[in-house]
Write a protein that binds this ligand. Structure first.
Ligand SMILES: [Zn+2]
Length: 108
């Protein structure tokens, strides 16, 4: 078995490698965010999910309303697509409470 975490940080080559390993009988499990901080598909996850035999979406709990959270609300200003951070930088939100233009702190 091969496990890949944070698969959204890989490029499309991950999709090809996962497919080749699967054909050789290796069980490949990839985990990652399917949407970026603006709610856009986070490559290579869309292709990875389309080519997978099984897809499980795991939801968090929205910090605003307690509903099922499918989005990552960025809490700081940055236009970088990849900004590594913990609970001070992101919080889970449902699609109704998600506000991609809302951020509170400027990052240098
Ligand atoms: Zn909510």
């Amino acid at each position: 078995m091969v496990g890949v975490d944070e698969a959204q940080f890989f490029d499309d080559e991950l999709v090809e490698i996962a497919a080749r390993l699967s054909l050789r009988g290796v069980r490949v499990i990839c985990a990652g965010l399917d949407l970026d901080y603006l709610g856009r598909p986070f490559e290579p996850m869309p292709r990875l999910m389309a080519s997978a035999d099984y897809v499980t979406k795991v939801l968090a709990v929205c910090v605003k309303c307690g509903g099922p959270a499918t989005r990552s609300q960025r809490l700081v200003h940055s236009k970088d697509r990849v900004l590594i951070g913990d609970e001070n930088v992101y919080e889970p939100r449902c699609r109704h409470c998600f506000a991609p233009d809302e951020a509170t702190v400027e990052v240098a």
